[in-house]
Design a protein around this ligand. Structure first.
Ligand SMILES: C=CC1=C(C)c2cc3[nH]c(cc4nc(cc5[nH]c(cc1n2)c(C)c5CCC(=O)O)C(CCC(=O)O)=C4C)c(C)c3C=C
Ligand SMILES: [Fe+2]
Ligand SMILES: [Fe+2]
Length: 341
């Protein structure tokens, strides 16, 4: 009797690639205090006075380059596909809704659909394998902020991270195998970056992240929620599946914004070093993203691809994201049913 509710939440994307919609999106996204974690007045000056006016038109050009006339933003397109495939897989005992942390469909509208359907429980899955306050933390805070006002608060549970989920690792590895990694000189695992300050803040002991040498490149009991440590662990697991020796792959972090130091090494620096060493063919995994988006389709394929060629490299090949891979849908089904690993 009654259905189980499932809420999938990804980051969000502009409603259209117009400068005005991109500005609205960037404004909402970057005014989130978990994303730009500085005092409100400074954040408003930086975001509304500098980033939105100046970055807006530049980002709009990038979005125009990846936007499809028929399916729109890749992130939205694949997210809808994932929601539909998961619903089909789970059947009538479940109701799956999709929301975006920023812009639409809003978390509020998706939660209201689940409330109207009188689901017995809600499982919230932020679509980020690695925990970061700026992504997962923000989604979970928003859900709690909304649900706390309901008259009847249902059974609700949250996925905090799933960086080592066996089926997800196998899905990424399977996508990688299709490109024959042995035919590449080097393999990169390029994760979305994060300001270093945010790594430090999320270490409650204040004894590990960025304090102990190599702390954030090895996952231990002490740093199990560290974004960087979880990313390194995902890369290690995919590399093991593919039988890659340590010297054949590197972990790096892309998409830095602003002048503050972000988690290192930066992807652009690693690409430069590899090109100088004579590496010609690079295969790039982006396992922070479960769906292809601006950061994979444009930043890796076009921007890093061009940079690498200018430095003497020949080819950068992106491994497609999980998108509609059947093993990824298996993985989501497992997460809904309590199989985190
Ligand atoms: C994988 C999880 C993500 C984390 C962690 C994250 C942190 C983070 N991002 C920015 C700034 C930007 N990110 C942008 C795009 C973007 N970011 C993620 C995911 C994470 N971000 C995704 C999936 C996307 C793509 C969205 C799409 O529509 O395809 C952008 C916008 C694009 C651009 O203008 O370059 C910005 C800006 C910060 C500051 C941050 C942590 C503090
Ligand atoms: Fe981002
Ligand atoms: Fe750390």
């Amino acid at each position: 009797m009654g259905k189980q509710g499932v809420l999938l939440v990804n980051l969000g994307t502009p409603d259209s690639p117009s400068t005005s919609d991109v500005r609205t999106y960037l404004g909402e996204f970057l005014m989130d205090e978990r994303v730009i974690d500085i005092p409100l007045v400074l954040r408003a000056l930086l975001v509304k006075g500098i980033i939105v006016p100046f970055r807006g038109p530049k980002s709009a050009k990038l979005y125009k380059a990846i936007w499809s006339d028929t399916t729109g933003s890749p992130l939205m397109h694949y997210s809808i596909m994932q929601k539909d495939l998961l619903q089909e897989r789970l059947g009538d005992d479940y109701q799956v809704e999709l929301a975006m942390r920023y812009q639409s469909p809003s978390i509020e509208s998706a939660l209201n659909k689940l409330r109207d359907a009188q689901v017995n429980s809600i499982k919230v899955i932020p679509m980020f394998p690695h925990y970061a306050s700026a992504s997962t933390g923000s989604v979970l805070e928003k859900v709690m902020e909304l649900v706390r006002k309901w008259q009847t608060i249902p059974n609700i549970s949250f996925i905090n991270s799933f960086h080592d989920n066996e089926l997800m690792i196998e899905a990424f590895s399977d996508n990688g195998r299709k490109h024959h990694p042995e035919t590449y000189d080097h393999i990169l695992f390029s994760f979305h970056g994060l300001p270093q300050r945010q790594l430090g803040k999320s270490d409650h002991s204040q004894k590990h992240c960025l304090k102990v040498e190599n702390c954030c490149s090895v996952l231990t009991e002490n740093n199990k929620f560290c974004y960087s440590a979880q990313c390194h662990d995902t890369a290690r697991l995919i590399a093991n599946k593919l039988g890659l020796p340590k010297e054949k792959y590197s972990v790096c972090f892309q998409s830095r914004l602003g002048k503050d130091p972000w988690v290192q090494p930066y992807t652009s620096v690693v690409i430069e070093e590899l090109a100088k060493k004579g590496v010609k063919r690079l295969l790039v995994f982006c396992p922070a993203f479960v769906a292809d988006c601006l950061e994979t389709v444009y930043e890796v394929t076009v921007e890093y691809g061009d940079e690498f060629k200018e430095l003497g490299g020949e080819h950068v090949q992106l491994v497609e994201s999980l998108n509609d891979h059947p093993l990824w849908i298996d993985s989501l089904e497992g997460l809904v049913k309590g199989q985190i690993n």
